[in-house]
Design a protein around this ligand. Sequence first.
Ligand SMILES: Cc1cc2nc3c(=O)[nH]c(=O)nc-3n(C[C@H](O)[C@H](O)[C@H](O)COP(=O)(O)OP(=O)(O)OC[C@H]3O[C@@H](n4cnc5c(N)ncnc54)[C@H](O)[C@@H]3O)c2cc1C
Length: 510
Amino acid sequence: MTTVSPKQSPTATTDHLYDAIIIGSGIGGLVTATQLAAKGANVLVLERYIIPGGSAGYFERQGYRFDVGASMIFGFGSQGTTNLLTRALEAVETSLETIPDPVQIHYHLPNNLEVKVHREYEKFIQELINQFPHEAEGIRKFYDECWQVFNCLNSMELLSLEEPRYLTRVFFQHPFACLGLVKYLPQNVGDIARRYISDPALLKFIDIECYCWSVVPAEKTPMINAGMVFSDRHYGGINYPKGGVGQIAQKLVEGLEKKGSKIEYKARVKEIIIENNKAVGVRLADGREYRGKRIISNATRWDTFEKLLSVQKPKKEQKWQQRYQKSPSFLSLHLGVKSEIVPENSDCHHILLEEWEKMEEPEGTIFLSIPTLLDPSLAPEGCHIFHAFTPHWIDDWQGLSPQDYEQKKEETAAKVIQRLEKIFPGLEEGLDYQEVGTPRTHRRFLGRDDGTYGPIPQKKLMGLLAMPFNQTAISGLYCVGDSTFPGQGLNAVAFSGFACAHRVAVDLGL
Ligand SMILES: Cc1cc2nc3c(=O)[nH]c(=O)nc-3n(C[C@H](O)[C@H](O)[C@H](O)COP(=O)(O)OP(=O)(O)OC[C@H]3O[C@@H](n4cnc5c(N)ncnc54)[C@H](O)[C@@H]3O)c2cc1C
């Protein structure tokens, strides 16, 4: 292994050749790392922040433990193959206690449409049919078709679709499931929903069912992802990790270290080193260098190809950027709230929208999670955590003086709280703590370009067909996380982590 000249930095370290270096410790990065470590690889994870998890991280203030982002967690089921978080932890001999959530979402929608998505499938279907009795048959047919997708996925091991031997094996083991998936891969939810449903209000409901995790309406949401989400919530269910969402990353790190691999914090990668057209290492902001046989970026594709590489953006990436754009970021309110204002039997997750036309607009849809209804230990006694967030573009937060920035935060937060009073009267009076994050906060602490939630189609695409897998046009460089197949969400990025580790392990001959 070559040594780098000391003039680059007094702290340059290149004496060790890692099997894989992973830039970022989001759930996508950590699942890749632990999967590789479990196969015997020597892995180094480099995280720019002080704790692991990225958008699945946490922070603590005055006795509250707030989830940074995700808190409606799929992937903790106990059966099938789509329980990828359970499986990722098991692979490094660890596990997490989780608390089952009886209702995935309580929707508060225009024209007083109130729907709860119960964990029990039949209860949810019946509740929706009660609202739209004339669409009873269409409702069943649409959601049943989602189950077809899920059943295909849930019958096979979910690994890299870029690995021909795996594809052959899985095809011979599950020919019908594979053909089923090939059929749905280019399809979007909107087309299938309209086959069965004609009531415009119900089609709007299907739109928000998609929007609340894909941040685009049904027309642009791939059927594969919807099949997963709309079925797994009733199969593996939504389960909250005891101790907060941050525990997932903490446990994965524990498992990684048990397997002899390493993570470094406050280690911001500034550049991916390319030699002879191949990714061979990384250079950190403090000048240190590390070398690896394979380099895996868990940063978004925008950050990876526009900030970490000095070579020209490959054509494949340029094409991808013509098809996908950055979704908006969020304005996040992390609130401590007195328990008196939360009635007994309240649900953990709520979606609030007053006008359908505003669903995709900034401050249109409000997402609210109250994780302390499932795990009270996250807040001081007598208090709850409210995490409310709503889409916002970074451009609306740039170029403000510190004073104007603070004032805008206060004013926008006050509007959100006022709207939430409809569900929880007395909320404003019951506030015990308030902290507001903007798209600038998401960009700064999560290291995501413009604070984006992830890629969304520029226009209607053919389902998931245009979403890239883990290999990139640069030899030795892979991507993992929400800007790779199959997209956003913790279980989805875990899928991408399993696939990435599989492809890299085959390439390394492990
Ligand atoms: C407000 C909000 C609510 C959400 N709610 C849910 C939910 O309820 N359920 C759900 O399943 N999903 C939810 N999501 C989505 C989910 O959190 C993300 O899709 C997922 O966590 C993304 O994981 P990732 O591995 O792709 O990347 P990230 O979580 O973005 O992690 C990337 C990591 O890489 C690090 N990094 C980046 N650049 C560098 C660098 N140059 N050097 C070193 N380290 C670097 C970052 O610091 C970060 O730790 C939510 C997201 C947000 C923002």
